[in-house]
Design a protein around this ligand. Structure first.
Ligand SMILES: [Ca+2]
Ligand SMILES: [Ca+2]
Length: 111
């Protein structure tokens, strides 16, 4: 019951561009004709799930190398706070209220 749907949310993260690798072709300095047909295929869907490192980096918005519960919460956007706290406690092995990369990897679903 406490196993939250990580992958579903991760797909959302990826779709939202949170995990994009810096390439943002939308910011084209040249003005595009309004009638330009959009014939380019949709962006390739990542065939491999995001690695723990990638997800960790995406979640660690203040880049202190740890995930606070607030940052961690982005992984479980639809979770109730009580569920989230329980989940965070489960991942936070040493109980210092932050997740290191090691702790994150230990609980992150690996393929
Ligand atoms: Ca952080
Ligand atoms: Ca910890």
């Amino acid at each position: 019951m406490t196993q939250l749907a990580i992958r579903t949310v991760l797909c959302g993260l990826i779709a939202a561009g949170t995990l994009a690798y810096g390439q943002q072709p939308q910011e084209n300095p040249q003005q595009q004709p309004q009638t330009q047909p959009q014939t380019q295929p949709p962006a390739e869907a990542p065939k491999q799930p995001a690695s723990a490192e990638t997800v960790f980096a995406a979640l660690d918005t203040n880049r202190d190398g740890k995930l606070s519960q607030e940052e961690f919460a982005k992984l479980f956007r639809d979770a109730k706070v009580s569920d989230l706290q329980a989940e965070f406690a489960r991942w936070d092995k040493n109980g210092d209220k932050s997740l290191t990369m090691d702790e994150f990897k230990a609980s992150y679903p690996q393929q």
